[in-house]
Design a protein around this ligand. Structure first.
Ligand SMILES: Nc1nc2c(ncn2[C@@H]2O[C@H](COP(=O)(O)OP(=O)(O)OP(=O)(O)O)[C@@H](O)[C@H]2O)c(=O)[nH]1
Ligand SMILES: [Mg+2]
Length: 210
């Protein structure tokens, strides 16, 4: 759930990039970070414990005001796909407002994609969440590489569900559809937030602090 910081007059949203090892999560974050204006972005921080590296940064979304008089800030996080401690993953996923699942399009990585998705589902469940309720966008990354699976096949494997997730073909190393993916998850998250606010008593309602 979005965090409301009354003193700073900011509403912040947490988006977590998940997916199989070496799928391109860090490359996504690095690309987004490089695209943003220095004055609106925070530093790209790598939090290393003895076992895992968590990478994050935040930025001010100037054109995404959701509450009058409040700034909107997005926090982008990723943990390595090969997490030694699932506890780190679960912690980073806690209070996430949205997830980008970065899948590796190389044909021989399909099992890793499935395993990573199952891992995401399990960790969401441990946090009392689910893939049905959490806004999720799929990114089929590394489309520039030879020997990639067809999008239809990846959709069949990862997106064969009643309520399909938005999905994008991407090449994070060249930036293709990296911002499109981020825009899609941001819009979905903001839409959810606005709907919740309206449910709670109209657009002018002040969100509860969390
Ligand atoms: N050709 C190609 N290489 C990519 C693409 N995206 C990422 N890579 C490369 O794949 C490798 C792994 O990328 P990372 O961004 O570190 O992957 P990750 O998901 O953060 O990996 P972990 O944190 O270890 O799980 C790097 O060498 C990237 O340069 C892409 O779209 N195309
Ligand atoms: Mg990484």
């Amino acid at each position: 759930m979005a965090a409301i910081h009354k003193a700073e007059r900011t509403v912040s949203f947490k988006i977590v990039y998940c997916g199989p090892p070496l799928g391109g999560k860090t490359t996504n974050l690095q690309y987004v970070h490089a695209c943003l204006d220095q004055s609106t972005r925070g530093d790209l921080v790598s939090l290393a414990t003895t076992a895992d590296r968590t990478l994050f940064f935040d930025f001010l979304a100037v054109e995404a005001a959701v509450v009058a008089g409040y700034n909107t800030r997005f926090h982008l996080y990723t943990v390595p796909g090969q997490v030694t401690y699932n506890a780190t993953y679960q912690l980073v996923l806690r209070q996430a407002d949205g997830v980008v699942f970065v899948a590796d399009s190389q044909l021989d990585r399909m099992n890793d994609n499935l395993q990573a998705f199952a891992n995401l589902e399990a960790n969401l469940r441990l946090n009392g969440q689910s893939t049905e309720r959490m806004p999720i966008v799929l990114q089929y990354n590394k489309r520039d590489m030879p020997g990639v699976a067809s999008v239809e096949y990846m959709e069949h494997l990862l997106n064969n569900r009643a309520q399909r997730f938005l999905s994008y073909e991407a090449s994070a190393s060249t930036g293709v559809n990296v911002l499109t993916t981020l825009n899609a998850i941001s819009q979905t998250v903001l839409y959810r937030f606005n709907a919740l606010m309206e449910q709670r008593g109209g657009a002018s309602a002040t969100p509860a602090q969390s």
